[in-house]
Design a protein around this ligand. Structure first.
Ligand code: SAM
Length: 260
């Protein structure tokens, strides 16, 4: 590639990731908008609609959702909103898990202002490393979502194995993540944008060049769609036909796996 980057020692990665998200926690939306030119909002709502999760009328019990690397709660709250609007589901539970207490605290603040804060304990926040998820029992969740989180894991395969462990048979794994652009010309433009403009924008808008630099590099290092699909399969999941969906030429993609 023309746009080289520094390599990060694996041991330092967890610390680095912590620092990045602690420093962006309060202007996190700004970061997302800068990173994706605002498109992440569309991707997220597509992800939620495509999953179409919610307790169906006549179902024997509510669903247990787990949103990992949930951060400020975009996906978690979006899923709850969808379940309520479309299926009148006000019973399914949601656990928002994130390794970073600052991101999670931001999510909790937002939660206080939302209608799901109805005094029930069906939504809870948990500081957890997605690679291990010590506090989550085996076979205890129906829907596992992770959006723009798994590329920050030090050991991605461990994260996928854990997703498999915590899901019930029949449970769904769904991941939304930055991916690789398949068209070489578009990819060239995209790389030029992300390696030169993004860190500069990070500096100008958020006064935080390093964090944006890290984010760009982490996207580049993340496995290609096919390879990531194979890792999901390796964790034990069944991959439905056409295991992934590219969004915006592959700038992002959605991967789905089913625990049979
Ligand atoms: N899912 C949210 C969204 O789409 O808006 C937040 C995504 S944010 C870009 C990435 C999140 O991953 C951060 O909140 C970070 O703390 C979290 N994270 C990074 N490594 C993690 C790990 N090993 N386990 C759990 N969360 C992790």
């Amino acid at each position: 590639t023309h746009f080289g980057y520094k390599t990060v020692n694996k041991d330092d990665k967890e610390k680095l990731v912590k620092g990045v998200f602690s420093s962006v926690a309060s202007n996190y939306d700004v970061m997302n908008d800068v990173m994706s030119l605002g498109i992440h909002r569309i991707w997220k709502s597509h992800f939620i609609n495509r999953l179409d999760a919610g307790m169906r009328p006549g179902a024997s019990r509510p669903l247990d959702f787990l949103d990992v690397a949930g951060g400020t709660g975009d996906i978690a709250f979006g899923l709850l909103e969808h379940a309520e609007k479309k299926y009148n589901d006000r019973l399914s539970t949601m656990t928002v898990a994130d390794i970073n207490p600052d991101m999670l605290a931001e999510g909790e603040i937002r939660f206080q202002e939302l209608k799901w804060n109805d005094g029930s304990d069906r939504v809870n926040f948990l500081v957890q490393n997605g690679e291990t998820m010590d506090a989550i029992e085996d076979n205890s969740k129906d829907v596992y979502t992770i959006a723009f989180g798994i590329r920050n894991f030090t050991d991605i395969q461990a994260g996928l194995n854990t997703a498999y462990r915590v899901l019930r048979p029949g449970g769904i794994f769904a991941c939304l993540e930055f991916s690789q652009v398949d068209n070489p010309i578009l990819d060239y433009a995209y790389q030029a944008y992300s390696f030169s403009l993004l860190p500069l924008m990070g500096q100008l808008i958020a006064n935080d060049r390093e964090s944006y630099q890290y984010l760009v590099e982490s996207i580049r290092r993340f496995p290609k769609q096919e390879e990531f699909s194979n890792m999901i399969e390796k964790a034990g999941f069944y991959i439905p036909e056409k295991g992934y969906e590219n969004l915006t030429f592959g700038v992002s993609s959605i991967h789905i796996g089913v625990k049979l």
